[in-house]
Design a protein around this ligand. Structure first.
Ligand code: HEM
Length: 142
């Protein structure tokens, strides 16, 4: 499991060498020293952001889900002030729930008046008016 030790960015910035390389991604403090040789994108990119918050860079590359799941393996703690969301996204699903309810209530409300009622309300007066004018026109001709 991921560690819960809390580090400040200034503490992380003291680990920026090839032999001791830390960085921050999404509030997780990662010790990627052992990963430098194995990183498919090369060690240089990791060393460039060593000791820093590399969240932007990590996201901009468009890392795969597999890469994102690897983060926990290198986590040594969290950045001060961050609340780490669980990988299964539970929080996000809960946040969306009220919206869905609101939407379904809206749809049910809209369905309450049957469609034929609208048809009758609109077309019956039109039919009556049309018949009247046809009658007037026909009686003028005769
Ligand atoms: C512990 C942190 C990281 C892990 C576990 C990781 C993992 C990976 C993996 C698995 C790939 C292969 C492609 C994929 O599956 O997405 C990859 C590619 C790459 N990564 Fe990372 N990465 C990390 C951090 C970073 C950071 C901070 C940067 C940039 C500063 C970076 C830059 C790249 C680049 C440039 C590639 C190559 C992309 C390509 O060839 O299209 N990575 N990384």
């Amino acid at each position: 499991m991921a560690e819960k030790r809390v580090f400040t960015l200034s503490q992380v910035s003291q680990h920026k060498s090839k032999r001791d390389c830390w960085l921050v991604i999404n509030g997780r403090v990662l010790n990627v020293t052992s990963f430098l040789d194995d990183h498919p994108g090369g060690e240089e990119v990791l060393l460039e952001v060593a000791g820093k918050d590399a969240t932007k860079e990590f996201i901009n590359i468009g890392h795969s889900n597999a890469a994102q799941n690897m983060l926990a393996k290198y986590q040594v703690g969290v950045l001060q002030g961050y609340v780490i969301k669980e990988a299964d996204g539970t929080e996000g699903a809960l946040a969306q729930e009220p919206k869905k309810k609101e939407m379904s209530a809206f749809v049910i409300k809209g369905d309450q008046s049957p469609k034929y009622a609208a048809f009758l309300e609109f077309f019956v007066p039109l039919l009556v008016a049309g018949s009247y004018f046809c009658y007037r026109y026909a009686s003028q001709i005769v």
